[in-house]
Design a protein around this ligand. Structure first.
Ligand code: PGA
Length: 248
């Protein structure tokens, strides 16, 4: 059975890394997290400290990275600036980047291309809004988001996809495991129809994942892991989720 993947997304929240990882380790006790890859996507200013305090078996991610490597882009961060920090990769195209910072599908594809070219892991987020779902546009939105990514996606690419329905993010209203599986199955069909190996690219679910719904989500055939926002901020909650992922 392939490893499950559990990624925390701390968004723009401050967490004290030493206290967090001490409490996380205490909560795990003697349990090893065998079969689960645990990672943390944290604000830029916390990357070094999280890397220093997290167990070396966890991976650390930026939450965003610019598509260019250098230049006159005030306030932005590129891969050459991140590379001294020993991080594994970056989230790309999170819905909050698309919604509040007008990131386009073309820009997300460019960020994916740059990330892979520089040898890092990309966690590319896709998903429909509530209005789009209600209008029956879920699959056409996902087609539009996925199509520009296709040239860069393959089972050999260091890339994960995260299906994050925007209506479920931060709302407490998770997709049911059946709703999430329906879309994950469709994404695998779409990738296969476009010449990719079915199941070759791990698919995470994100959107109000928590200790209460994680097991049902992870038991679905096409859900390989979860991207967790709110419930990852408390080390005890996230440790509980890591243990659940171990048992799935
Ligand atoms: P949430 O966030 O778990 O708080 O809904 C998930 C995400 O935005 O990645």
């Amino acid at each position: 059975m392939a490893d499950k993947i559990l990624l925390a997304n701390w968004k723009m929240n401050f967490v004290e890394p030493k206290a967090y990882f001490d409490a996380f380790a205490d909560a795990l006790g003697e349990s090893s997290l065998e079969g689960v890859q645990v990672g943390f996507a944290v604000p830029y200013t916390m990357l070094a400290s999280v890397y220093a305090h997290a167990s070396s078996s966890y991976t650390v991610y930026a939450q965003n990275v610019h598509e260019r490597e250098s230049g006159a882009f005030t306030g932005e961060i590129s891969w050459p600036l991140l590379e001294s920090l020993s991080i594994s990769g970056s989230l790309i195209g999170h819905s909050e980047r698309r919604q509040y910072f007008q990131e386009t599908d073309a820009q997300v594809a460019k960020k994916l291309e740059t990330t892979l070219k520089r040898g890092h892991q990309a966690v590319v987020c896709i998903g429909e809004t509530q209005a789009q779902r209600e209008r029956g546009e879920t699959f056409s939105v996902l087609t539009t988001q996925l199509t520009p990514l296709l040239p860069f996606l393959s089972e050999d690419a260091n890339c994960l996809l995260a299906y994050e329905p925007v209506w479920a993010i931060g709302t407490g209203l998770s997709a049911t495991s059946e709703q999430a599986q329906e879309v994950h199955g469709w994404i695998q069909d779409f990738l296969q129809a476009n010449g990719k190996l079915r199941g070759g690219i791990p698919l995470l679910y994100g959107g109000s994942a928590n200790g209460g719904n994680l097991e049902a989500l992870l038991r679905q055939p096409d859900i390989d892991g979860a991207l967790v926002g709110g419930a990852s901020l408390q080390p005890l909650d996230f440790a509980k989720m890591a243990l659940i992922a171990c048992s799935c």
